[in-house]
Ligand binder design. Sequence first.
Ligand code: SF4
Ligand code: SF4
Length: 419
Amino acid sequence: MDPTGKPWNPDKALIAWENGKWVGDVPDGPWPPLADAKGKYPFIMHVHGFSQIFGPGRVDGPFPEHYEPVETPVTSHPFSSQLQNPMYKFVSSDLDKLAKPADPAYPIVLTTYSLTEHWCGGGETRNVPSLLEAEPQLYVEMSPELAKERGIQNGDGVIVENVRGKVEAIAMVTVRIRPFQVQGKTVHLIGMPFCFGWTTPKCGDSTNRLTPSVADLNPNNYKVVRFSEHLENNTIHWNFFPDQCRHCLEPPCKEEADNYEEGAVIQDAETGAVIFTDKTRKISDEGFESMRSACPYDIPRRDPATGLISKCNMCHERVVRGLLPACVKACPTGAMNFGERETMLFLAEQRLADLRKDYPKAILADPDDVSVIYLLVDVPENYHENSVAHRFQPPMDRKIFLSMLGRPLRRSVGAILKL
Ligand code: SF4
Ligand code: SF4
């Protein structure tokens, strides 16, 4: 669009400034277009407000590229010398198994999806009898051509196996899935929902046995949803916990980092965000280990390639522009709230009182000490080990003890609340 907010091509307008407001898509920054006295540059994630299409020393970009997934039916890219995303982080452990490209033992491509009848992972909806009746079991969707090739009839029980595991599923033979011709050979696709598994009687295995593992917190992944299962009164319970930095009001990671490099960890006075800066590169490995073990929630991670120590920064660059943290804004169910600390604590207490009618063990996790406050519906012992600080025994040394004596009073800062 031009600086007055008029689309260059009105026939393909995504968004336009009309009569003092934006019409069409919702802009990230709500301010007027650039020609207006209150206008600003639009790219809010960059300090200068401009777009960037490339930067020096990058192995990917500047333009979007097609890459094959790490498990692919081909060994060469049809129009590039780079088969897979060069940014892909390969991790190795007993659980991180990947088939090599075009592995003849695993020639079929699997895609997974959710179902209208079952919400996301299905944890809630799989126990609703009418929904379970509508979609009762794990199934595997396949083309008539693949079914014929493997001698499978619609409704047969089949085993789907890959390098990571195997599951049993019911065959659903459908013409909506078609075989592909890829580099002169036939490649079959199958589809499986990820909404079933284990806790609901007779609904069968979980497709998650086949999908690759998800990495732990790392320099490229500031938030992970941790999953804990426990047995109570002969019933299996699942608890999920979106783990990230809690932005402690008196951050032990900063106390510890200050012993090694002043300014490596800073705390923004206005928002309370605890931010790891470029200076973390200067902290020794011993210093990093001290920071990590001082954190009651085991959050800091170091990138071995750059030496940077990193974690969630509360989307500080967004928050100072009056925007919500990206995860709060993107959450489709509104499970997170963001605002002034007093407002969030009030909201948290209200929600806690409400939930305790059905979940008498519900608690707020360390609300007096952190800015990111979680509401747990179960006792902390039934969540992952670092869900609350009281499960943590800090390796207190003299330096930490002395620095704690000089701590300022707790300040009132912004808070995120997870409900
Ligand atoms: S949660 Fe850990 S990394 Fe985050 S501010 Fe607190 S001590 Fe630092
Ligand atoms: S606040 Fe921002 S940096 Fe932190 S977890 Fe959410 S999206 Fe990531």
